[in-house]
Design a binder for this molecule. Structure first.
Ligand code: NDP
Length: 240
């Protein structure tokens, strides 16, 4: 049986690695993205994975997109809530817009995407949801009150929803990545990044495929006893 997987933010960075890993394991994958059409077209041309554009922060857009994907590929068995953004600033400079955009894109997205698929997963007796949190949601981070709040809340969301799915074959887990070499991290000034890498015991940034490996593990058919957990993949930076 071919499983259908939806990966938000699946056209670049960590999401791209997740989409590729699931495709290589035989899943029918749909990748979502927010605005970069050129990147999405390149991704589809290179991988053969279809990409759909919608805003994960908007509930109706999520519902519409999931409807279209399920019509084309079949009911979603796997959902990876990966799309995320940063709008970093210290508290005295952070605007309400910085706060709200991060909460909508990184946290409300988990509700917006899970709500349309959860009923179907429960009624079919199988589902896998993985939410991508962050080491900065576990440990906090200077200049990231918005991001740390959203990512920290993802871990509560995961544990609560896991309890609702547990008796129906639906698992809900989170991964908390450390610093991974993607566009998001490349925006961090070099002198700040050097200090961060110096605090990672493994001595380097992580790679997208190292997060994808964790996702593939958690969504496997035989991972049904793993639910409500958070897998930290951070090079030893934060031992939670
Ligand atoms: P990138 O910035 O490289 O990619 C982000 C992806 O999310 C893109 O595909 C982007 O689409 C999509 N996206 C952004 N906003 C929206 C939106 N409103 N609606 C739909 N899609 C959207 O991020 P990373 O790969 O670095 O990060 C992926 C996840 O991992 C995020 O949740 C991030 O917070 C988390 N994470 C990352 C870490 C890191 O070190 N990189 C560390 C810990 C957690 P488009 O291309 O169209 O912009």
């Amino acid at each position: 049986m071919t499983r259908v997987a939806i990966v938000t933010g699946g056209t670049r960075g960590i999401g791209e690695a997740i989409a590729l890993a699931l495709r290589d394991k035989g899943y029918k994958v749909a990748a979502g993205y927010g605005g970069d059409d050129e990147r999405a077209q390149e991704f589809t041309a290179a991988t053969g994975i279809p990409a759909w554009k919608w805003n994960v922060g908007d509930h109706d857009s999520c519902r519409d997109a999931i409807g279209k994907i399920e019509k084309e590929l079949g009911p979603a068995d796997v959902l990876v809530n990966n799309a995320g953004i940063t709008r970093d600033a210290t508290m005295h400079k952070m605007t309400y817009t910085d706060w709200a955009e991060v909460i909508e894109t990184n946290l409300s997205s988990c509700f917006n995407m899970s709500s349309p698929v959860f009923g179907g997963m429960r009624s079919r007796g199988f589902g896998r949801i993985v939410n991508i949190g962050s080491v900065n949601g576990q440990a906090g981070q200077y200049g990231q009150v918005n991001y740390a709040a959203a990512k920290s809340a993802i871990h509560g969301f995961t544990k609560a929803l896991a309890q609702e799915g547990a008796g129906k074959g639906v698992t809900v887990n989170a991964i908390a990545p450390g610093y991974i070499d993607t566009d998001m991290v490349r925006k961090v000034p070099a002198h700040v990044l050097d200090k961060i890498v110096a605090r990672i015991p493994v001595g380097r940034l992580g790679q997208g495929h190292e997060i994808a490996r964790g996702v593939a593990f958690l969504v496997a058919d035989d991972a049904g006893f793993i639910t409500g957990s958070t897998l930290s993949i951070n090079g030893g930076q934060h031992m939670y």
